[in-house]
Design a protein around this ligand. Structure first.
Ligand code: BGC
Length: 782
């Protein structure tokens, strides 16, 4: 059936259904209660989900497992009004049972096909247990590593973020939502949540429309373009207006973009309008949220309690309720639930798909490609696969604690027992040919209060439990292991709940005693390889100065241990590049490669201070008085910039060339090329990056912006030409008149094109682009 006919049938079907529904039943569709009957913020009293379904008060809910979902659906179709089925919606973020790297890690692959495939797999697995909507992808751009939720997003860059948004939405939704193995996606959190003041979760956000449109919104636009079914609204307020009640953003901007799906609040966010201080009571909160465009109330129960009354009072028209109810019913129709309410609930596929061999293989590849090699002095990596003894130390190297942590935040449906530790990975890859001396060496944290906070959701499978041995004894064990070994591999980092929701840090170094462990290991003089794991950028200045190699592995998911072993032994070559800058110290947060030049850029103004000898990699003084490089303690640059990542091989970049340097009009195309040669011993991939600077514009523009990237695979000695096409589309930016009037423009003049291996190490070329098209008859080359 073609789309037009299907839409017509859908409209007729829903018209008929809505006519039969009472006001209360229509409002009931706009409700998503917590099926477990509990909530974390105290909005709803104990929920009796069965009774609510009977009364027609459940549009969607999580349902705890397949059996429970099936039973709830039975109830809905047999005893609920008009037999309207329920949507089961859960957070399926970076995998369902087969867990992929946390999204920030996954973004470091820069591999859209792979990212899309991970979402496809997550959809296939989650739907096999009755879930048909996910509260994912999370599209919040953030420049602040203190904010724990950076783990859930794709880093600091809107251009990359937009591509990942498209890949994720297409992966989850496929081409046909009614297929029993596709999930409806929910783009979240709309919008600005990643700019919470001070990186403190839930905190106020005050950004301009300029920042909104150029930095924060591009991934959401991309998701809407990719036809995302649903959008979740952010918790935060935006310059004084809570996002949940921001009409210009919700009904205004989103409808301008052509978004026709349903708009869900975040968890208890309508109730929270009272805490924000913009609603005196739940009824007013319901009114504000509804009037702003919300169609699904997550857990506040504000709509079911107050919308009927608001309609009777004439403050809300019943027609408006009909329109919102239509959005929810359309969702159910598109998911195929009216054809077959049990479409996702048969459970037949689960044994074939959950944690299948193919899924685990993709997880292993994704985990390897997400790792970023930060340092590798004297090519200490890869390690030999035989005749070598390894001291494998650190709290994240082995055991149940490591197993649970490597799944990362929001792996809510997965079983920690399914993940492979680094110890197991080393064994799987190298067999008995290497000797491994294992010692835990340190706890992740030593403060029992902090451990309890980190394990708030993990009582059965602790992630931060404190060892009975004293810290000194643990270090002594690690030293004994090191003494017997040729090389130390230390798996250190955060616990998984150091990042994620409600997990703000004001120190982003290795937590607990782990630095002390490394200091002791360093003193042995043995080569020291670090495998660092976290859900955020860490400050690793000491580690950078003291370790021989650092492989940043994020939280790599189910297959993390195997993937890390693949890289350590060189079965795979690291190719990941950072999608978020790693600051030297937390005080540099927020930080981004794209930060504007300011009025006092280091290159143009300022003075070097006599007697100050500290130089950066570029040979220039790191501190320059009267410029933005005025961090007294040292360099103002990040330790590892956006786009950074090493390989075991080396890539030589030839000179950058262009087809022309004078361009005319909007149809002209600039082709910039560079030859890349693999000058090292391993076949490997390199992610070549293109940045653009607009040095003179009517607005302050970013220092540079990512506008293209290409991954090339090169055999040793092989050389390939990489060419980027630049059109005026890539020169455009938003100069908004207000939040709902974006105004996208480009301005003629000079542009600097940069190509390179990361956002700092680039070669540049200046071009001029005038708006006047070339006269067709002109003889001069144009
Ligand atoms: C989070 C959302 C999540 C929701 C439902 C909220 O606390 O902010 O990202 O989707 O809970 O689990």
């Amino acid at each position: 059936m073609n789309k037009k006919t299907r839409d017509k049938d859908m409209d007729k079907f829903i018209d008929r259904l809505i006519k039969k529904m009472s006001l209360e039943e229509k409002v009931g569709q706009l409700n998503n209660p917590n099926s477990e009957g509990t909530d974390t913020t105290g909005a709803a009293e104990k929920v009796d989900i069965e009774e609510m379904i009977r009364r027609g008060q459940v549009g969607s809910t999580a349902g705890d497992n397949l059996e429970k979902r099936r039973a709830l659906q039975e109830l809905a179709v047999k005893e609920g009004p008009h037999g309207i089925p329920v949507v089961f919606a859960v957070d399926v973020n970076h995998g369902y049972k087969t867990i992929f790297p946390v999204s920030l890690g996954l973004s470091c692959t820069w591999d859209m096909m792979l990212i899309r495939k991970t979402a496809r797999i997550a959809a296939a697995e989650a739907t096999s247990e009755g879930i048909c909507q996910t509260w994912s992808p999370m599209l919040d751009i953030s420049h602040d590593a203190r904010w724990g939720r950076v783990a859930e997003g794709s880093g600091e860059d809107p251009f990359l973020g937009a591509q990942i948004a498209t890949a994720m939405v297409k992966g989850f939704q496929g081409d046909d939502l009614s297929r029993s193995d596709t999930l409806m996606a929910t783009a979240k959190h709309f919008a600005g949540y990643g700019f919470a003041k001070g990186g403190r979760d839930y905190n106020t956000v005050d950004v301009s429309a300029y920042m909104m449109h150029n930095v924060i919104l591009p991934p959401f636009r991309a998701a809407v373009k990719a036809k995302v079914g649903s959008i979740m609204v952010a918790f935060n307020d935006l310059a004084g207006v809570p996002a949940t009640a921001y009409k210009e953003m919700l009904s205004g901007l989103l409808s301008k973009w052509g978004f026709k799906g349903d708009l869900v609040t975040d968890y208890t966010a309508i109730m929270e309008l009272m805490n924000h201080g913009t609603a005196a009571n739940l009824k007013e909160a319901a009114y504000l949220a509804f009037k702003s465009g919300i169609s699904m109330d997550l857990v506040s129960e504000a709509f079911i309690r107050h919308l009927p009354e608001l309609v009777r009072e004439g403050r809300i028209r019943e027609k408006e309720v009909d329109e919102r109810c239509r959005l929810v019913l359309e969702k159910k129709y598109k998911l195929g639930l009216f054809d077959d309410p049990f479409r996702y609930l048969g459970g037949e596929r689960r044994h074939d798909v959950l944690l299948s061999k193919a899924h685990r293989e993709t997880a292993r590849l994704a985990a390897a490609k997400s790792c970023v090699l930060l340092k590798n002095d004297n090519s200490i990596l890869p390690l030999k696969k035989k005749d070598i003894s390894i001291a494998l130390v650190g709290p994240l190297a082995d055991g149940d604690l490591a197993r649970a942590n490597m799944q990362g935040t929001w792996a809510v449906s997965a079983n920690p027992r399914d993940s492979v530790t680094v110890m197991e990975g080393l064994r799987n890859v190298a067999g008995e040919n290497v000797t491994i001396h294992y010692a835990k060496g340190a706890n992740i944290v030593d403060n029992p209060d902090e451990a309890a906070r980190l394990d708030v959701h993990n009582r059965d499978f602790p992630t931060a439990a404190i060892d009975e041995r004293s810290p000194e004894d643990m270090i002594a064990e690690a030293l004994a292991a090191a003494e017997k070994s040729d090389v130390i591999v230390a798996c250190v980092g955060e616990a998984k709940e150091h990042s994620g929701e409600s997990s703000t840090r004001t120190d982003i170094g290795l937590p607990g005693n782990q630095r002390k462990l490394l200091e002791a290991l360093k003193k042995t003089g043995k080569p020291l390889v670090l495998v660092t794991m976290s859900g955020r950028p860490l400050s690793l200045e000491w580690e950078d100065q003291n370790a021989d190699a650092i492989l940043h592995a994020w939280f790599g998911g189910t297959e993390a241990g195997n993937a890390i072993a693949d890289l350590l032994f060189g079965d795979k070559i690291p190719s990941g590049k950072l999608t978020m800058s790693f600051p030297r110290t937390v005080g540099q947060c927020p930080i981004s490669y794209a930060d504007p030049p300011t009025g006092r850029p280091r290159e143009k103004t300022g003075i070097d201070v006599a007697g100050d000898g500290e130089k950066g990699k570029d040979g220039l003084n790191v501190f320059r008085k009267f410029t933005t490089a005025c961090r007294l303690e040292g360099a103002h640059t990040p330790l590892y910039p956006f786009g950074y990542g090493l390989s075991y091989t080396t890539f030589d970049y030839g000179p950058v060339s262009a087809n022309k340097t004078q361009l005319h009009g909007k149809k002209d195309v600039l082709r910039v090329s560079v030859a890349i040669k693999n000058a090292g011993p391993f076949a490997a991939e390199e992610i070549v990056q293109l940045y653009i600077t607009d040095p003179v514009a009517s607005m302050v523009r970013p220092a540079r912006e990512l506008k293209g990237f290409q991954t090339v695979m090169l055999q040793p000695g092989e050389e390939k030409q990489v060419t980027f096409e630049v059109t005026p589309e890539l020169l455009k930016f938003y100069k908004p008149k207000s939040i709902d009037r974006p105004n996208r423009i480009w301005e003629e003049g000079d542009f600097i094109i940069h190509i390179g291996r990361n956002s700092e190490e680039t070669q540049s070329l200046k071009v001029n682009w005038s708006k006047k098209p070339c006269a067709a008859a002109t003889l001069a080359p144009c």
